[in-house]
Design a protein around this ligand. Sequence first.
Ligand SMILES: *[C@@H]1O[C@H](CO)[C@@H](O)[C@H](O)[C@H]1NC(C)=O
Ligand SMILES: *[C@@H]1O[C@H](CO)[C@@H](O)[C@H](O)[C@H]1NC(C)=O
Ligand SMILES: *[C@@H]1O[C@H](CO)[C@@H](O)[C@H](O)[C@H]1NC(C)=O
Ligand SMILES: *[C@@H]1O[C@H](CO)[C@@H](O)[C@H](O)[C@H]1NC(C)=O
Length: 351
Amino acid sequence: MKAQNFYFAFPIAGVLSYLVIHTFYYLDINKRTYNHVPGECSYTYSLQSGASDFEIYNGTLFCSTGLDLNNASNSSGALFAWNLAEREAYQLELVSKKPPKNFNPHGISIYGRSLMAVNIRDEQFDSIEIFRLPTNYPYRRIKHIKTVENPLMTGLRDVVAVSENQFYATNRHYFRGKTMKKFEFLTNLRLGSVIFYDGHKIHLVLTRIATPTGIVFDHKKKHLYVASYTDEKILIYDANGTELTKINEIHLGTAPYFLIYEQSTLTFYVAAHPVKMRYFFYENSPDQFMCPTQVLQIKKKFKKDKWSFTQLFSNDGATISGGTIAWKTPQQKLLIGNIHTGILSCDLTAV
Ligand SMILES: *[C@@H]1O[C@H](CO)[C@@H](O)[C@H](O)[C@H]1NC(C)=O
Ligand SMILES: *[C@@H]1O[C@H](CO)[C@@H](O)[C@H](O)[C@H]1NC(C)=O
Ligand SMILES: *[C@@H]1O[C@H](CO)[C@@H](O)[C@H](O)[C@H]1NC(C)=O
Ligand SMILES: *[C@@H]1O[C@H](CO)[C@@H](O)[C@H](O)[C@H]1NC(C)=O
C-alpha cells in the first residue's frame, strides 16, 4: 500500500517541481537588474498622468496619457503634444460629433495625417479610434473621424497605420476576464493575435502569438515587426494586407513592450522588462510594486541578416517603473515613457 502511494506520489512531485522550476525561469525570478543610466535624467512634469506610447510627427511628439489598464472607467485618457524644442507638453482638444466614450488610449500610430489610438475599454471589446491631425502648426485640436470596433478586439495593446485608413493591431489577450488574462500570461498560453483592417473589414491574420505588444511597419520593405512579450522576441513578416509570411525573428532575452522603428537608419528602439514577474505585479497594482526597465537600440547590419545590440538604459524601477516606449532624439536625448509617471528624458553622454 505504502509503496503504491510512493510510486503514485513520485511522478506528481516530479511534475510539480518541474512546473515550479519552469515557471521560476520563465518569469525571470532568477534575474537581477543592474542600473545603467547614460547621463543626467529628469521628468517632463507636464505629463504627470503618464505617456504609455508616443510617436514623432514633424518635430512634435504625440503621446497617449492617462491610461488605466485595470479599470477603464477610472481613466483620465487624453492625447498630448510636445514640441521637443519647448519645455512643456499640452493636452490636445478632441473635436468630435460623437466623442469616444471612456477614452483610455494605449498604443498610437501616425501615418500621413491620420493618428490611430488603441482604446482599452470596459465594454465587450476594445476599439481603435482614428483621428485627423491638424494642418496648422502649433497643433491644438485633433478631429475624431471614426471608431473601429469588432469582436476580434479582445485585448488590444498596439496599432500600426499602414495607410490613412488601414492598420494592423495586436491583441495581447484572447480572454477578457481578469483571472483568465492572468492565467494566459503566467502559463504563456500563446493565444495572442494580430488583426488587419482593410478600411472596411477586420481580418484575423496571425494567431497563437505569445502576448504580442508592440507592432511597427517598414513602409518601404513592407515588413511587419511584432514584439512578443513573453517569448522575448521580435517576429518579422513580409506583409501584404492579409497575406503574412514569416521571414525571421530577433531574440532579445528581455520582454519587449512597445517599439519605435526609424526607417532612415534601420534602427529599433525597444522598451523592455528584464523581469516579467515584476511587470506582472506592477501592471496589476502599480502603487505597490516597481518594475525594472531596459532600453535597447537594435541596428540592422548592412548586407547581413544580423543585428547589433546596444543597451542604452537599465534601471531597477526606482527611477522609472515599467517603461513602455523609448526613443533617441536627433539631439541625443533618450526619452522613456511609461503608464503612470510620464516621460523621463536622459542625456546620452555615457553610453
Ligand atoms: C512643421 O513644424 C514647423 C515648426 O516646427 C511648422 O512651421 C510647419 O508648418 C509644420 N508643418 C506641418 C506640415 O505641420
Ligand atoms: C484611479 O486612478 C488613480 C490614478 O490615476 C489611482 O491612484 C486609483 O487607485 C484608481 N482608482 C481605481 C478605483 O481604480
Ligand atoms: C473603477 O473606477 C471608477 C471611477 O474611479 C470607480 O467608481 C469604480 O469603483 C472602479 N472599479 C473598480 C472595480 O475598482
Ligand atoms: C499583394 O496582394 C495583392 C492581392 O492579394 C496582389 O494582387 C499583389 O500582387 C500583392 N503584392 C505583392 C507585392 O505581393
